[in-house]
Design a protein around this ligand. Structure first.
Ligand code: C5P
Length: 399
């Protein structure tokens, strides 16, 4: 996340919803990622949270009024709206949405929104009836039409005790949406990216399986990068410990055969296919229906090969589709990756060193190489998976 926020200025507008406490975490996470954060609180937000808390977390004076002593020239609504890379309103009440939709500027934040030149991202939070009210829905529709961005709300139990949409979205989801809004390189707009990610679990019996250590971190990094660059993204994910971005469409699967089916269901609409999953090469031919009983005898499992998903995708691809594979190798990493690139007829392959000290599996970093069908090869020693994701799309898009 760091690379999306470093040296960016975010104006965080905080309005009067009980979810204001989550603004504290948003501020500290964004600062941790290297952003400068300025907070502006509405009068009702000040009733729910002390400005001093956000002042301490942001390291900047908090704006609470239009004409107070704090409001110097540099933090005037005009200067802030001009200089911010992003205006994030979280939590955003029905009131601020209504004011923004109708151009009302009757306090610092609403006036700053009128002067905004940067992207504006709203994270609504309110009672479910307020959210579903036709007036609120019309305001959201008109804000969207004018290019404003939204994240959430999430469904769930609200502070008022009711259930339904209206909860402020989770902080990680808001941060992902902010990262997307902050990223200016939008070279994947209009393209659909389909990614396989994570491991496969192949059943031995009703309780046991054969699996692998894939964490799904690479797939998640690729999905976020593609979303930030403007693509729509779907991920066919096997079991994985790492969460995927909320804006990606996710199909969860367990086995290689399920992954194969889900990929071919979606393949037609994709422009870029990336096989980042550690697909199980074999499955148990006949898994036992019940649980196999322990015995002193050796247990022999007969394994049969799974389909090579990416090779099938590449063999039947449309001329416009681009196919990128991964190769995890313990030795002769580049040579074996190049052989796979050619044999599977891929456009690009990312080779990862596994085993030993610099093992890429499960870690945030590893030694990697990007090889292309045109014969280029580039080394990325100890590269972070999030940075590698950027290079993959940079090289694919020729930038
Ligand atoms: O041959 P190998 O498994 O090393 O190839 C790795 C690449 O092929 C990865 O992109 C992986 O996602 C993909 N793959 C696949 N289906 C398989 C095996 C691997 O799509 N059955």
């Amino acid at each position: 996340m760091k690379r999306f926020f470093t040296d960016k200025t975010v104006l965080l507008g905080v309005t009067g919803s009980v979810a204001v406490y989550k603004a504290c975490e948003l501020v500290s996470r964004m600062r941790e990622f290297g952003a400068r954060v300025h907070c502006a609180l509405t009068a009702s937000a000040c009733e729910l949270i002390r400005p001093a808390t956000l002042e301490a977390l942001s390291g900047n004076p908090v704006i609470t009024e239009m004409f107070g002593p704090h409001v110097s020239h540099t933090i005037s609504h005009i200067a802030m709206a001009r200089d911010a890379d992003l205006i994030l309103v979280a939590p955003a009440t029905a009131n601020i949405l209504a004011k923004a939709a109708h151009g009302i500027g009757d306090d610092w934040l609403s006036t700053a929104l009128l002067a905004a030149r940067s992207p504006v991202l709203f994270a609504p939070a309110m009672n479910t009836h307020m959210y579903t009210h036709p007036a609120t829905q019309a305001n959201i529709a008109s804000l969207k039409e004018r290019g404003n961005l939204f994240v959430g709300p999430a469904p769930g139990r609200l502070a008022c005790g009711e259930e339904g949409p209206g909860r402020l979205d989770e902080v990680p989801h808001i941060l992902e949406a902010a990262a997307q809004a902050l990223y200016t390189k939008k070279d994947l707009v209009g393209l659909h990216v389909l990614i396989t990610s994570g491991a496969n679990f192949e059943a031995i019996d009703s309780a046991r399986y054969i699996g692998n250590r894939s964490s799904g971190k690479m797939g998640a990094a690729l999905a976020l990068e593609a979303l930030c660059r403007g693509a729509s993204v779907s991920v066919v994910s096997g079991p994985a410990g790492h969460p995927l971005p909320a804006a990606a469409e996710v199909v969860q699967v367990q086995t290689a055969l399920e992954m194969h089916e889900a990929v071919f269901d979606q393949l037609e609409r994709c422009d870029i296919f990336i096989g980042a999953a550690a697909v199980a090469d074999y499955r148990v031919e006949t898994p036992s229906a019940g649980k196999i009983k322990r015995s002193e005898e050796a247990l022999v499992l007969r394994l049969v090969p799974n389909p090579d998903i990416i090779a099938e995708v590449a063999a039947g691809k449309d001329p416009g589709q681009r196919i990128i594979g991964f190769a995890a190798e313990t030795e002769e990493v580049k040579e074996r990756a190049r052989e796979k690139l050619q044999r599977k007829k891929l456009d690009m392959i990312v080779a990862n060193q596994i085993g030993g000290k610099s093992c890429a599996i499960g870690n945030d970093r590893g030694d990697a190489w990007i090889l292309t069908a045109a014969g280029q090869s580039e080394a990325f020693p100890q590269v972070k998976k999030t940075t590698l994701a950027k290079y993959v799309f940079d090289r694919l898009m020729g930038s």
